[in-house]
Structure formats: structure tokens, C-alpha cells
Design a protein around this ligand. Structure first.
Ligand SMILES: Cc1cc2nc3c(=O)[nH]c(=O)nc-3n(C[C@H](O)[C@H](O)[C@H](O)COP(=O)(O)O)c2cc1C
Length: 417
């Protein structure tokens, strides 16, 4: 699909405005979508939010990759894309901003800060990946390599905390170290850097995903962090299957919250108390519609759809096989038209926006005041200086305070709601 033309219009006046932001409490009592390269694409995050994910992590993006990207806003849908030379590095939409944590891969405090500054107006928090065991990450000193370089790890977190405005949370995602003693030492250093939350993937660096997560080791870590007394939330990650299963995980570990990766990759509605069954029928068509509407790249869409699986009630094995075959063979959205019937992606998007807008507003909103640019009343087609997108009134009527005009850098789409 071709990219739509981008809008331009004059900058807005400066005035005092309140800013909504996450606090320590927003990392507690939640079930979160884990960061997942490719699988954690924008449509997946939106479906996860629709079905009850409390917060969503974006896929890890290496610090340097985002630095030279150009931020473009689709004037029709409001999708914000950070475009690299040949492909989009990261895409988001203002409706997810109040719930979106952006994950950085880094081994350098300076680059990490620059990367965070590049995206900070489009996200609510910055997370540092300290757990990826893949060579492409570790050979550059990133991901799980940071686990054995705690000075560097903590210097990145400290630099991020110092450089980011207070309304942007800083967090880290680690793996267990082989011994509990070493893990506790590392955890102590991390919670003293000023992070709001710490996710512990309960596997060690050398464990594979098929190895059962060592969740019983987390209880002591949770108690330890509570003992430090800074209110840092501990998030369990590893082998949680659903919102229902999160209760078991919290019971065993005492963790404040739980983060789900592969079960959400297979079914982004797993955050609901009644996850979708027959995903080929109930999820795939809408996912394709939304992806096309949001200009999500076909190959990424195809990859995500291919991961969907789950419990079948009405759908037969034969139907499932036929659908999967059709998707595998398709090379564009046009070739899956028989699966979607009609391209009503805008309608799917409105439903998601409605579901997100119906969430109770955050307890801790509007605590901070600082100078920001806001849209002067009565301005036609206004836009913030950096967004390059129009703001549309209809959007604010569906989504209340969280993405109203109080949020200075939130561009909104031109659809009527
Ligand atoms: C497809 C895929 C991509 C992943 N990408 C990331 C990533 O970008 N950053 C990260 O910290 N972890 C990443 N992970 C690890 C998950 O976030 C999570 O730690 C791991 O899968 C264990 O959780 P689970 O048992 O719920 O799957 C990825 C996992 C999968 C399956």
C-alpha cells in the first residue's frame, strides 16, 4: 500500500497544561502484553488493549535504529510511524499512548537517552531490555549481556531516569541469574536507580522457552523488593497463559502484576476473562481489516496472523487448514479479500477506540503541570509542532481525558466516530 500524504500546518501557542502519566500504581494489579519483536505489532497491541491488557510493551527497538528515523503521521488514521531508510522502525497510534511502554535495546547510556527522547512524546514509559539472549543483541553488549555488566545496566537506567521528564516511567526487564543470591544483588541495584517497575522473566539466560519458567524463585525477589520500600512494582513473566492463569501466577509469586508473551502472540484476547475461541473466524478477519486500515505492512500482518491459534468450538480442522493455506499463499491484502468479505477496518478501529475509551480513567492522572504547547480554542485543523497531523474533534468525544486536547502531542485521525 502506498503511504498517504502528510499534513503540514503552523505550530501552536504555548500555554500551561496538565499532563496525564503513569505512576508506580499503574504497574500494579495488571496483566500486561510483553514486548515481542514482530509479534507485538501495533494491531496486536490494540487488540490486546481491547480485550483487557492493562499496559502494552512495544517490541524491542535498538537505540541507534530510531535515532535517524523520520516521524510521520498518517493524516487519515493518525498512525505515527518512525520511518527508517527502507522500512518502518516503529509504529504507534495515539489511542495506545496512555498504555504504551517503549522498549529499548541499548548498551550505551547516551544512545539510550537519545532514543528515549526521540519517542517520548508518543509513549508513556521507557523499558530497557536486559534479557534477550540472542547473539544479535548480546554481541553488542545489549539484552542479556547487561545481566553480567550491572554497572553498565544501572548506568543506562540512571541516565534515562535523569533525562526523562517525570511523567515518563523507566523500567527494566531482566532474566534470573543462575544463583538467587546474584539475582537479589542485581535486583537491589536496579530498584535503587529510580525505576517504577521491574519485570523478571523467570528463566535464566541459557534456558529456552520450552523449559518451564522458575516462577517459584520470584517470591523471594518480590519480598526483597517490597523490603527495599521504594514501591517498585515487580512483574512476573514466563508461562502465564491468560488473565485467569495470572491469578495462579500471582498467588505463587506474590508479584504485583503478570506479563504474557507467547499466549498473547497466539491469541491477543487472552487478557479477557472470556478469550475468543475459533480465532480463525473471530479474530483473523478483523485483524486483517484493521491491519490494512492502519497501513500495517502485509508481511508483518501475515506473520502475526500465522501465529494465531487457540481453542475451537465450531471451527473444524479442515476449515482451519484451508484458512492457513490461503494465508500462507497470499502475497498481499488483496489476495485475502475472500477471508474478510469487506474492508471495514475503520469500523474495527472505532470499536477498539470505543473499548479503550470506556476504560475507567486513571486514578493518578493530571498530577503534573508543566509548560507545553496546546491547541488554541477555535483553531481549525490544529496540530502540535512535531506531529504533522490534524487534530479532529470527533476523536476527543469518544476517548475522554486520556487523549483529549490536554495531551499536547496527540494527533488524531480524520474519521468520524
Ligand atoms: C516472538 C517473540 C519476540 C520476543 N521479543 C522480545 C523483545 O522484543 N523484548 C523482550 O524483552 N523480550 C522478547 N521476547 C520474550 C518475551 O517478552 C517473554 O519474556 C518470553 O516469551 C517469556 O514469556 P512467555 O512465557 O509468556 O512467552 C520475545 C518472545 C517472543 C516469543
Amino acid at each position: 500500500m502506498t503511504r498517504r500524504a502528510l499534513s503540514t500546518s503552523p505550530p501552536r501557542n504555548a500555554k500551561r497544561a496538565k499532563i496525564e502519566h503513569l505512576t508506580l500504581n499503574d504497574f500494579k494489579d495488571g496483566v500486561f502484553l510483553a514486548p515481542m519483536v514482530r509479534s507485538g505489532a501495533l494491531p496486536t497491541r490494540l487488540f490486546a488493549l481491547k480485550h483487557g491488557a492493562t499496559l502494552v510493551w512495544g517490541p524491542e527497538t535498538v537505540d541507534k535504529a530510531i535515532l535517524h528515523a523520520t516521524r510521520n503521521v498518517d493524516p487519515v488514521t493518525g498512525v505515527i510511524t518512525y520511518d527508517g531508510k527502507s522500512k518502518a522502525i516503529f509504529s504507534t497510534h495515539p489511542i495506545e499512548k496512555p498504555y504504551l511502554i517503549y522498549q529499548i535495546g541499548s548498551s550505551d547510556p547516551e544512545y539510550a537517552v537519545k532514543a528515549a527522547q526521540t519517542v517520548m512524546n508518543d509513549v508513556s514509559g521507557i523499558d530497557l531490555n536486559c534479557g534477550c539472549p540472542k547473539p544479535f543483541s548480546t554481541h553488542a553488549g545489549m539484552g542479556a549481556a547487561l545481566l553480567t555488566n550491572p554497572d553498565l545496566l544501572c548506568s543506562i537506567l540512571t541516565a534515562l531516569r535523569a533525562a526523562m521528564p517525570p511523567e515518563i516511567t523507566i523500567s527494566a526487564k531482566i532474566r534470573l541469574l543462575p544463583s538467587q543470591e546474584e539475582t537479589l544483588k542485581l535486583v537491589e541495584r536496579i530498584v535503587n536507580t529510580g525505576v517504577s517497575a521491574l519485570t523478571v522473566h523467570c528463566r535464566t539466560r541459557n534456558m529456552r522457552d520450552r523449559d518451564a519458567a522458575l516462577i517459584q524463585r520470584l517470591k523471594e525477589i518480590v519480598d526483597f523488593v517490597k523490603g527495599v520500600g521504594k514501591g517498585v512494582a515487580v512483574i512476573e513473566n514466563g508461562d502465564c497463559l491468560s488473565a485467569e492463569d495470572a491469578k495462579r501466577v500471582r498467588e505463587v509469586t506474590g508479584a504485583h502484576s503478570v506479563m504474557i508473551a507467547r499466549a498473547a502472540e497466539a491469541n491477543p484476547s487472552c487478557f479477557s476473562s472470556t478469550p475468543l475461541t475459533d480465532v480463525e473466524q473471530t479474530l483473523v478477519p478483523d485483524y486483517l481489516r484493521l491491519s490494512r486500515y492502519l497501513n500495517n505492512h502485509w508481511s508483518l500482518t501475515k506473520f502475526c496472523v500465522s501465529q494465531f491459534k487457540g481453542h475451537h468450538v465450531n471451527y473444524t480442522k479442515k476449515q482451519e487448514h484451508a484458512l492457513r493455506e490461503a494465508i500462507v499463499k497470499s502475497r498481499s491484502f488483496d489476495e485475502v479479500e475472500h477471508i474478510v468479505d469487506s474492508w471495514t477496518g475503520e469500523q474495527v478501529f472505532r470499536e477498539i477506540a470505543g473499548a479503550i475509551g470506556a476504560r475507567p480513567s486513571r486514578r493518578s492522572t493530571l498530577e503534573t503541570e508543566r509548560d507545553v504547547d496546546v491547541t488554541p480554542t477555535g483553531t481549525k485543523n490544529p496540530e502540535p509542532p512535531t506531529s504533522k497531523a490534524p487534530l479532529m474533534n470527533e476523536f476527543t468525544s469518544v476517548l475522554p481525558a486520556l487523549i483529549s486536547g490536554k495531551d499536547p502531542l496527540t494527533p488524531t485521525p480524520s474519521v468520524t466516530w
